[in-house]
Write a protein that binds this ligand. Structure first.
Ligand code: CMP
Length: 137
């Protein structure tokens, strides 16, 4: 089934020059990028995006990381893209992410307070709808 999902290249991906490589992998998989913009998230936007994490102990570190510079916010479209993009990204913690995935191949092992893992993807259809509406007009 054709779906849309919210995809993001996080600040470490932009700062480390991984934008082209990440988009290459998205397109190689056959996914279409139907919206894209470069922007630095405000603390307010980030708190809405990560509403389920704002009360967690790692949130201050996550917020500092995610507002440290521009991100590439995208809407992707493709068959089963919500699940497929999560497979392309790999496990949340780069230490556990398998070779062949974006995080497994490109993210550094976790040695800071926040897990800097290059990319984000919605984890369900309801999250995709919510996140697309939050990041795009
Ligand atoms: P993401 O998949 O975008 O969703 C929440 C983010 O919080 C996650 O990627 C990581 O960047 C970060 N994160 C999740 N768990 C932890 C943790 N235990 N400690 C620090 N950061 C975390």
């Amino acid at each position: 089934m054709t779906e849309r999902t919210f995809m993001m290249i996080k600040p470490d991906g932009v700062q480390r020059g991984k934008v082209g490589e990440i988009i290459r992998r998205i397109e190689a998989k056959g996914y279409q990028i139907v919206a894209m913009k470069l922007m630095t998230p405000t603390p307010a936007l980030l708190a809405q995006h990560y509403a389920e994490h704002v009360d967690k102990s790692f949130y201050p570190a996550l917020a500092a990381y995610m507002t440290s510079g521009p991100v590439v916010a995208m809407v992707g479209e493709g068959n089963e893209i919500i699940t497929g993009w999560r497979h392309l990204m790999g496990a949340t913690d780069p230490t556990n992410a398998l070779p062949g995935t974006i995080r497994g191949d490109l993210a550094r092992a976790w040695d800071t307070a926040a897990i800097m893992n290059l990319v984000h993807g919605s984890d369900s259809q309801s999250a995709a709808a919510r996140e697309i509406a939050l990041w795009f007009d």
